[in-house]
Design a protein around this ligand. Sequence first.
Ligand code: SF4
Length: 400
Amino acid sequence: MAGGEIAHAERAHALLSASASHRWLHCPPSARLEETLPDTTSEAANRGTLAHEISELKLRKAFTDQMPTRKYNAALKKFKAQALYEPVMEEHTNAYLDYVQKIVHSFPSPPFVAIERKVDYSDYAPEGFGTSDCIVVGSRQLHVIDYKNGSGVPVGAEDNPQMKLYALGALKAFSLLFPVDTVHLAIVQPKVRAEPSEWSLSAADLLAWGKSIKPIAQQAFNGEGAYQLGDHCKFCRAVGRCPAQVKRAFEAGESLPVKPPPLSTWAEFAEALRRVEPVVAWFTGAKKLALSEVLKGTELPGWKAVEGRGSRDYADLDKAFAHLREKGIEEAVLYKRQPLTLPQLEEALTKAVYKELLEDAGHVSKKPGAPTLAPEDDKRPAYNGQVKPEDVFSTPPEQS
Ligand code: SF4
């Protein structure tokens, strides 16, 4: 690792961390609630950490450290030897480096570049600090650039509170030396987007936003304020046992009318679906949590773990197949040759090669998805095709 680097996996996190800010800004008590729960990690998160370390090395060599090529190559080789390394990281971290280079070269005179810089935004959120991947400042412009390795949810720069908090910290650190008029936020997420997501605002607007969140941040710091359920719950450590989710599960069936015949109206039926939908989603995750707790020995009144359905497997695949071949079973019977799916191929080839060789060459046909039920406020337009029930269900839905 190059001198002066922060080990990504060992970074300290503020209670009001920038990365969780979309959560504590929506749901202030989540910060103190999460504090009581262990911070678990995943293979994807560890892979992201490795990609960040490689990015950092490349940026340091390009902009800040006088790093001999041999030292750089040795450090890169070490990263590449790690089990979580995937060859596509080379292309993705280069895309990030190219973007930062493009920004740096767009300045009329050389800007100041800070890599993996700890920034302090405690003027807006108590004890708030974080580490910004890359800050470029000069000529009255501030750029805050973040690399994201995730392939799931695309993260946009527009109005992104994590990026705005980093930018507030960067202003505090640099604006005395480098006065700033305009702040540019960018998220490079090569696994989901060919071009970085960019958004700009004036330094004055950023400072006004910082001021506007101070009361919420104080509530979050104090563990006060109202729970607010929403999309921001997805990565909350409290998800499952969160008091607001448990309360909603209790309340879902309350006050639904129980009437004598005839059937409930379609409006009542629709209302029941609407109320129960988030509870069903909660239940799926909550059951997994409950099972893992019961297996750890936690007592959950009314629940126990039981043995699920068993499965069959080869005692020794090689021996079994050798035996079958000896007995005259043809290889064609034993093996299935299957093409990779398009998403698997895209992952294997990289997005650019996939696009050039398959999409651009007309080898990919896009079929519309089957109709699916969604709440009225879903962003997708309402389905307007004519569909028969048997197109959706293998058997028509029961009417009782
Ligand atoms: S699960 Fe959602 S509502 Fe509950 S604490 Fe976390 S963010 Fe707040």
